[in-house]
Design a protein around this ligand. Structure first.
Ligand SMILES: [Zn+2]
Length: 141
């Protein structure tokens, strides 16, 4: 991340340039509180001499900037987490519904194949879905 410094030259060099008032965004005062007389806007390139009072205030401003950035990203992460959780719940519901359909189809197929005959000791095979794997036929060891 490039720091968005902006320098303002209020008097010709060798007078030092000031930093833009990043904290309050005042157009008539520098970061250090210096009131401009006839500011010449310098832009982002650092002039040779920069006001010491402005530069001493930069760490506090940067700290605020980073805290603000961290807050924004924390909220963004939370929003992404919530969206992912909703998607996971949706997929879990779809999976449960698909599982029920498969079970019903298997029961129907089993009933048709055996036409209501009762076969002692034989049970309808069930689909078992192993977490993270493909559906199997539920054979247990
Ligand atoms: Zn200054």
């Amino acid at each position: 991340m490039q720091l968005p410094y902006y320098y303002v030259q209020d008097a010709p060099p060798p007078a030092p340039a000031h930093h833009w008032d990043y904290r309050l965004d005042r157009a008539d005062q520098a970061l250090c509180g210096h009131s401009y007389d006839e500011p010449l806007y310098q832009g982002h390139d650092r002039p040779k001499d920069v006001c010491d009072r402005c530069e001493k205030l930069l760490p506090a401003w940067l700290t605020d900037l980073w805290e603000q950035w961290a807050d924004e990203h924390e909220h963004a992460d939370a929003a992404v987490d919530q969206k992912a959780e909703r998607q996971i719940r949706g997929l879990q519901n779809e999976l449960a519904s698909a599982y029920e359909k498969i079970k019903q189809l298997q029961d129907d197929a089993w009933s048709r194949a055996h036409k209501g005959k009762r076969v002692k000791g034989v049970r309808t095979p069930r689909v078992s879905i192993v977490s993270g794997g493909l559906p199997g036929h539920g054979k247990k060891r």
